[in-house]
Design a protein around this ligand. Structure first.
Ligand code: 5AD
Ligand code: SF4
Length: 460
């Protein structure tokens, strides 16, 4: 935990902060903690960048275009900084965790006065105080891996659904992936701490929690506490919180006990993100994914068979170095087989320091982009097909809020993690209500709120 000094608690009084988060849910969760620390220092959130006295970019390094976007934003902040020289620009998250990138930012962007890595969030008050008192750059990255923070303040994005970290880092070393280098070795939180957090969230009225980790199935393998991810799911389910989600699962250590528990427990949502990456065995091997396409299919089938109405989504990379047309077509075949509910697809991006970045590549970027388009056409076809299956059915929706363009429409998610836009007569943010689906589209469902009789449904 961070212990703020008296001077640190006053540093931000009458000042505004703004945090911009990029990338995965782990970053979103870190962003909530960063906001929490800044508010403890007295800062107030401001929507407008021009009003902010400190702007923190919480960055992602997973692909080159994620980094380019951030560098573009740093560039555009120069004009704000000119108008308001006392403003602090800070960079944190995964980009500074790469030594090359950290040096690059230091060399090219003098407006960045504060930089810290994902392991150094609790140093924020000290670093920021140093910047404000000395006006010298303060940087803290690549320090020894700490355990995951406990009991840091945080400002959660929603009041009805929350992210709960269960681990940080990853030991899988897929050959294309920067995460084991940026977020470091896998470190799991103790199950008692996780459970304490979930119980507190439930008491505060939260309806849904998402257990977060780069690789949740490997939860606990780095600890000597005799609690696997399946055990953790069971304990979290026992708290009685209404909805439990988790992400990301790796097909590698997805065991049958996990499937059984998800199948048995009503409050564990029937939605699984199961990254495929490639449908070709040679590419999977080069990716160091540790499963074959056959093993993936078998797991996929077991999940579909045992978990009622389960939705499965995936991640796919096209254009791994020297991927042939034939190898790519194995990925397409797998998509025809799995007919995913939803998918994220990417062109391979060489990340410095990873083994795959050292492979000389014979495939042009144009060809990779064509493959991505062909893949997306099929992925889109199946997500729409799956969404259409819900037409006419009544589903439970946890209400997130109002549509940005139409106040007569609200939106939320079904247990299968389908986004639903619906017209309502009596719905509140944070409530779980019933919606009759009228239309299934590629990325969402449309519907109307309904009120099924109490004799058929429990009413909440
Ligand atoms: N290039 C392209 N996509 C990548 N991903 C991870 N690393 C890379 C990379 N170097 C994708 C994977 C992963 C998702 C989060 O991002 O599909 O599952
Ligand atoms: Fe990256 Fe592979 Fe770990 Fe996922 S499992 S974070 S893709 S190394």
């Amino acid at each position: 935990a961070v212990k703020l000094t008296d001077s640190q608690k006053k540093l931000g009084v009458n000042l505004n902060y703004h945090v911009i988060t990029y990338g995965c849910q782990a970053n979103v969760r870190d962003g909530e903690v960063i906001s929490g620390i800044l508010e403890q220092m007295g800062y107030t959130f401001s929507d407008a960048l021009s009003k902010a006295d400190i702007i923190i970019l919480n960055t992602c390094a997973i692909r080159e275009n994620a980094e380019k976007r951030v560098l573009g934003v740093i560039g555009s902040l120069q004009s704000y900084k000119r108008k308001k020289p006392e403003m602090v620009v800070g960079i944190c998250g995964c980009m500074p965790q790469q030594e090359q990138m950290a040096q690059n930012i230091v060399a090219k962007y003098p407006i960045v006065e504060l930089m810290f890595g994902t392991h150094n969030i609790s140093s924020l008050p000290t670093l920021l105080e140093n910047v404000l008192t000395t006006r010298k750059r303060n940087i803290e990255v690549f320090s020894a891996l700490g355990s995951i923070y406990e009991d840091l303040p945080s400002v959660r994005q929603f009041r009805h659904k929350a992210f709960v970290n269960i681990m940080d880092g990853c030991d899988k070393f897929c050959s294309y992936c920067i995460v084991p280098y940026t977020r470091g070795q896998q470190r799991s939180r103790r199950w008692e701490d996780i459970l304490k957090e979930v119980k507190r969230l439930k008491e505060e009225g939260y309806q849904e929690i998402t257990l977060l980790g780069q690789n949740v199935n490997a939860y606990g393998k780095d600890l000597d506490q005799g609690c696997t991810f399946a055990d953790l799911l069971e304990k979290v389910s026992d708290t009685g919180i209404r909805r439990i989600r988790f992400t990301t699962s790796h097909p590698w250590d997805f065991d049958d006990r996990m499937i059984d528990i998800i199948a048995q427990r009503d409050n564990i949502m029937p939605f699984i993100h199961l990254p495929l990456q490639s449908g070709n065995d040679e590419i999977l091997k080069l990716m160091n994914r540790r499963y074959t396409s056959k093993q993936y299919k078998e797991l996929f089938d077991r999940i579909k068979e045992k978990i009622k109405d389960v939705a499965i989504s995936t991640d796919i990379i096209v254009g791994f170095p020297n991927e042939t047309e034939e190898q790519f077509s194995d990925t397409l075949k797998m998509v025809e087989y799995c007919q995913y509910d939803n998918a994220y697809s990417f062109v391979f991006s060489a990340r410095e320091g990873t083994p795959a970045a050292r492979i000389e590549d014979s495939v042009s970027l144009e060809e990779k982009k064509r493959r991505l388009q062909r893949l997306n056409e099929r992925l889109g076809y199946y997500s729409k097909l799956n969404n259409k299956k819900w037409e006419g059915q009544v589903v439970e929706v946890l209400v997130d809020g109002f549509s940005k363009t139409n106040p007569e429409i609200m939106s939320g998610y079904t247990p299968q993690q389908k986004l639903v836009n619906f017209s309502y007569d009596n719905a509140q943010i944070g409530a779980i209500i019933y919606v009759k689906i009228t239309q299934g589209m590629k990325n969402s469902l449309n519907g109307v709120q309904v009120h099924p009789g109490k004799e058929n449904h429990e009413q909440y």
